[in-house]
Design a protein around this ligand. Structure first.
Ligand SMILES: CC(C)(COP(=O)(O)OP(=O)(O)OC[C@H]1O[C@@H](n2cnc3c(N)ncnc32)[C@H](O)[C@@H]1OP(=O)(O)O)[C@@H](O)C(=O)NCCC(=O)NCCS
Length: 170
């Protein structure tokens, strides 16, 4: 997908771009992972592992999103369902508020939907106002519960979920 106004391209991450993704992750988030974690996501869900790059600077990655698919109890009922779980999302600081995260999420949710999932779910730090606003205000994710001390430093997480049928941006 090419957005002509903002000149941001959203496309699958290539294996030789993992180091760029890791650099963005490590400079923007305290939740960091060994390279094999990224490789596993890439092996299983490469179609849902997307990057954003500037159209005029190929290979200049400014953001990424990763998902996995899992089974679990619905956030909205008691059925056992398939969920798309957002593993990680980040945009380099210099390129924020340009719509990159919004586009990454839209394009990746379309891909995750192909796995016949019923819900999208994610955890986010209670203090992470930009991300909470993005998920709740732009995509209409619902707050399901607070997971106390979810993060290694003791911060609580909000567990947010969105029914696939309420994904209304396509
Ligand atoms: C959260 C994050 C991914 C947003 O990326 P972004 O590319 O700047 O977001 P977008 O430009 O697509 O923003 C879309 C909407 O989200 C909301 N939003 C994004 N950043 C916001 C902020 N700092 N304050 C308030 N609302 C914000 C707004 O509604 C925004 O729309 P608007 O700009 O028209 O008002 C980015 O701030 C980031 O990488 N943060 C560090 C990593 C992180 O927290 N990841 C999420 C972990 S769960």
């Amino acid at each position: 997908m090419v957005d002509s106004k903002l000149n941001i391209i959203i496309r699958p991450c290539m294996y030789d771009e993992l180091q760029s993704v890791i650099s963005i992750n490590e400079s923007t988030l305290p939740e960091n992972y060994p390279i094999y974690f990224y490789e596993q996501i890439m092996e299983k869900y490469s179609d849902c592992f997307l990057v954003s790059e500037l159209k005029n600077s190929p290979k200049s990655i400014i953001g990424y999103v990763m998902w996995r698919v899992e089974r679990g109890i619905s956030s909205f009922g008691i059925q056992l369902i398939k969920k798309g779980h957002l593993v990680s999302l980040a945009v380099s600081e210099n390129y924020r508020r340009m719509g990159a995260a919004k586009k990454l999420i839209i394009e990746s949710m379309k891909k995750v939907s192909n796995y016949n999932i019923n819900e999208f779910v994610l955890e986010v730090r209670v203090s992470n106002i930009p991300a909470v606003k993005l998920y709740q205000n732009v995509f209409n994710f619902k707050k399901i519960r607070v997971i106390e001390k979810y993060y290694r430093d003791g911060e609580d997480a909000l567990y947010l979920a969105l029914k696939r049928e309420n994904m209304n941006f396509i």
